[in-house]
Design a protein around this ligand. Structure first.
Ligand code: TXE
Length: 469
């Protein structure tokens, strides 16, 4: 059985303890992932600290060149890593699956490599000149989730490295292997100590985020863990970028052509089996087009091939883990008990954490499936009549990561979008993130943004050089 290792100071370090990782589609063993001890966290943070000064002194141009080489390594190893993602995380190789995730890793590495954050003259008059430089924060703790394990780790580590920080990354305990392999591969082109890992569950995450020598925390995960991390950061005062998932509403306005939007709505909701932070998690459809939208979505769901994602004809895989599998089943069972119309589609294979694609029509606010983040392939569809009513519904929850408005009249859609509280409101698309466009949550979905120039700023601190003339 293959044993995987953490990376510290450019070397693979053998762990004393391990956990076996299984394929969520088949139950097959994938190998042994390391389990770090709290003392390993100290060693990894020390390694990152030792490497940081020299890394920060590397010229901006050279750092950009090195990050470009990281993108090349990701590209060269994309197929190997995509297969590991499929075996470990479950998303299929094809469609919006693991190859798509690897394309994202490459793009989200190339863009920071190309971006610049030059010093800025913030004030100048006859007496003085004030220039703001963006300097690295130091050692970044990155805590990654299991839904897009490599892409989200890339979002966290690449901007940090690009701007002269060093990193200690902890992958999710559900999906450590593909991430550790990615780190091993990209370490071939990084100086030792720039990117290190520790592995394990929340106990190791807590040791890392509360470590006194951490200067910045990048976190994507649940709201409850986000709150714990805020507490942990009181020991190091590290600023935090927090992406805490969402419960995105999509609003279909009256008069919209259901056929034209069905595919966008479908993948907006079922991307990665719904296990995506900015997925449509509640769909509000005007009475005028309600039946047409439900029927167009049913048509698509009926045709969607479900199964082991290593088979390239499958576009829908299993859920990643038992916790998530049980949570989605429980929320669907509750909706059924509450009198909703539960429609299940697809041939679900035996074994593995497979669930049918589920549309729940005649759903309503207050239902658990609507109010809680299901993070799975079960979409509640709520009928509405008045615009004020649906805007109040969209804004009534604490979660506010993404939202979308769907309409044939895009001018009208923009006036509606402006009234929705969310970090991003898409029009006629959902979850359409881009490496140049800042992304982050409002309200309980977190704070701080990733991507683009704003994302680079988030892993630096301003330093003003003020000259008396
Ligand atoms: O998240 P956790 P879980 C949502 C989704 C899901 C729920 C629970 O609704 O059902 O969260 O998922 C690390 N200090 N999202 O339990 O626990 C943990 O080891 C530091 C939305 O997997 O938040 C893992 O690496 N770290 C989301 C990471 O935090 C700690 C993606 C996320 O795990 C820690 C995933 C601690 N005290 C789940 N405790 C999104 N935003 O997309 C745990 N961790």
């Amino acid at each position: 059985m293959q044993t995987y290792s953490n990376m510290v100071s450019g070397k693979l370090v053998e762990a004393t303890d391990h956990q076996e990782i299984f394929n969520p589609a088949t139950g097959a063993s994938l190998g042994l992932a390391p389990l770090s001890q709290e003392s390993d966290v100290d060693v990894a943070v020390e390694a990152a600290r030792r490497a940081q000064g020299e890394w920060a002194r590397v010229s901006d141009q050279e750092r950009r060149a090195i990050v470009s080489r990281v993108a090349q390594v990701l590209e060269e190893n994309a197929e190997y890593l995509a297969e590991l993602i499929t075996r470990e995380q479950g998303k299929p190789l094809s469609g919006f699956g693991s190859r798509f995730e690897m394309q994202g890793c490459v793009a989200w590495t190339q863009v920071p490599a190309a971006l610049e954050l030059p010093p800025e003259v913030v004030h100048e008059d006859d007496t003085r000149k004030d220039v703001m430089h963006r300097v690295p924060l130091g050692v970044v703790a990155a805590i990654a989730p299991w839904n897009w394990p490599l892409m989200i780790a890339t979002w966290q580590i690449i901007p940090a490295i690009r701007m002269g920080n060093t990193v200690v990354l902890k992958p999710s305990e559900y999906t450590p292997i593909a991430t550790l392999e990615m780190v091993r591969l990209i370490n071939q082109v990084l100086p030792p100590g720039v990117l290190n890992t520790v592995s394990g569950d929340g106990r190791i995450g807590a040791a890392l985020t509360s470590h006194p020598d951490i200067d910045k925390i990048m976190f994507t995960g649940s709201e409850s863990t986000g709150r714990k991390i805020i507490g942990a950061s009181s020991s190091n005062l590290a600023p935090i970028t927090l992406e805490l998932g969402g419960n995105d509403a999509a609003v279909v306005l009256p008069g919209t052509d259901a056929g034209a939007i069905a595919e966008g709505l479908f993948w907006g909701a079922f991307l990665n089996m719904g296990q995506t932070c900015a997925c449509i998690k509640r769909l509000y459809v005007h009475d005028d087009v309600y039946d047409a939208v439900v029927s167009a979505l049913s048509e698509l769901a009926r045709k969607m091939p479900i199964g082991d994602g290593m088979n390239e004809s499958n576009l829908i895989g299993p859920l990643q883990n038992e916790m998530q599998f049980n949570k989605v089943k429980e929320l669907v069972a509750d909706a059924k008990e509450q009198g909703c119309n539960v429609m299940e589609f697809g041939q679900v294979p035996e074994g593995g954490y497979f669930l049918p694609l589920t549309l729940v029509s005649e759903a309503r606010d207050g239902l658990r499936l609507v109010d809680e983040e299901q993070f799975g392939p079960a979409l509640p569809i709520i009928r509405y009549h008045e615009l004020e009513e649906v805007i109040a519904s969209a804004n009534r929850l604490d979660a506010a990561l993404g939202a979308s408005v769907w309409a044939s009249d895009t001018d009208y859609a923009q006036t509606v979008a402006a009234q929705i509280e969310a970090g991003t409101v898409w029009i006629n698309q959902h979850g359409a993130i881009h490496p140049m466009v800042p992304f982050g949550g409002n309200k309980a979905s977190g704070y701080g943004v990733e991507f683009g120039v704003e994302g680079l700023k988030a892993v630096t601190q301003p330093r003003i050089i003020s000259l008396k003339k």
